[in-house]
Design a protein around this ligand. Structure first.
Ligand SMILES: [Mn+2]
Length: 364
């Protein structure tokens, strides 16, 4: 049933605003001061942006614009690529600017959902030209690259931290802002199905819905608006799912020719790992995608239980969370599988040698 416009806005939110530790409160006051002092602000998430990177960028950006209408606030994308199709509905998405086309030296750069400078890709140069750098992130990081960092690895999404910051500073959360932040939360928790869907994520979801977020609309846009071409690629990936180590490790892959043959772009493939993840009895899974003509393969790892796949990703120079991580490998699909599957076998406590040689299907 469609909600009545404004009906929930008249009510007091069911859930009170967050309680924040004294250290975190100091950090938030400090960041608010930096924002108040800045005239030009650029905000960006990580390369190959997902729903959290974009939702956090736009949610924070729109909230700051509403609160500080005289500041010049720019929403950046780390790559010079179109906004992924399923996120184009987000309020403010049409204003996203590729970082390579942003020529200013901003007073303040705010990084969201990004643990390392490298993953800011083209926006790294903007970071270097900025007077001050703030980071809001929920990934583990070896070292901080920002002048002031809000890092909490137990937050389900970066948008949870943005919501906490805005609420703490009593910067109002409009329905547009709430939709952006809710999108980050729903995508990073796999629709509240992953291990990170903790009490806090539901509390924040509740506050965002009270502020005007529309879960049904976001679900329609993100999960129920696939192109038929994508579903055909999905069926190829599904048909190739194999398991090793007695069904405890699953994998599948998409070749560049598969994407081309189906008419699917690289940025549309984020959900394919969930197809592999859905196999019963599987503990960890791997989805590989050829990046195109540069001889690289992008790997997505998922853990369905307590096992931590971030170490496997890190050993290939990647990173991420215990339950969801990724890496880039220089080589073919076959070579990537030969390198990664024994490590996943070891992770589930099996003999890595038990994986044996893997033969893969040719492209369609
Ligand atoms: Mn995230």
């Amino acid at each position: 049933m469609p909600r009545k416009a404004g009906s929930s806005m008249d009510k007091i939110p069911l859930v009170p605003a967050p309680e924040v530790s004294p250290e975190r409160a100091d950090a938030y006051w400090g960041i608010l001061e930096v924002i108040e002092d800045a005239q030009t602000i650029a905000i960006s998430g990580h390369t190959s942006p997902d729903g959290d990177a974009l939702g956090s960028t736009l949610g924070l950006g729109l909230a700051l614009r509403e609160r500080f209408p005289n500041k010049e606030i720019t929403f950046l994308m780390a790559d010079d690529a179109p906004v992924p199709r399923i996120y184009r509905f987000l309020p403010g998405a049409e204003e996203l600017v590729p970082a390579v086309r942003y020529a200013e030296d901003p007073d303040l750069f705010i990084s969201v959902d990004c643990p390392v400078l490298e993953r800011l890709e083209d926006a790294r140069e903007v970071v270097q030209r900025s007077r001050f750098v703030v980071s809001f992130d929920h990934h583990p990081a070896r070292e901080e690259f920002a002048d002031s960092s809000i890092r909490r690895v137990d937050a389900a999404s970066a948008s949870v931290l943005i919501e906490e910051f805005l609420s703490f500073c009593t910067i109002s959360i409009s329905p547009d802002v709430a939709n952006c932040l809710f999108c980050g939360l729903v995508t990073d928790t796999g629709r509240f199905q992953y291990q990170n869907a903790d009490p806090e994520s539901f509390v924040v979801a509740s506050r965002l819905v009270a502020a005007g977020a529309e879960p049904s609309r976001i679900s329609l846009e993100v999960y129920q608006s696939q192109r038929i071409e994508y579903l055909h690629l999905e069926s190829i990936v599904m048909g190739r799912i194999r398991t090793v180590v007695n069904g405890r490790v699953a994998f599948s892959y998409a070749r560049a020719e598969d994407l081309e043959g189906c008419g699917v772009s690289q940025d549309e493939c984020d959900g394919l790992v969930d197809i592999v993840r859905s196999v019963g009895g599987v503990e960890v899974c791997l989805f590989l995608k050829e990046c195109g003509c540069d001889g690289k393969v992008r790997g997505n790892l998922r853990s369905k239980g307590p096992l931590d796949v971030s170490g496997v990703a890190a050993s290939f120079g990647g990173g991420g969370h215990a339950a969801a991580a990724g890496f880039t490998y220089e080589g073919t699909i076959e070579e990537t599988l030969a390198a990664a599957l024994p490590m996943l076998a070891e992770l589930v406590g099996a003999d890595p040698a038990s994986v044996g040689p893997i033969s893969v299907d040719p492209a369609l």
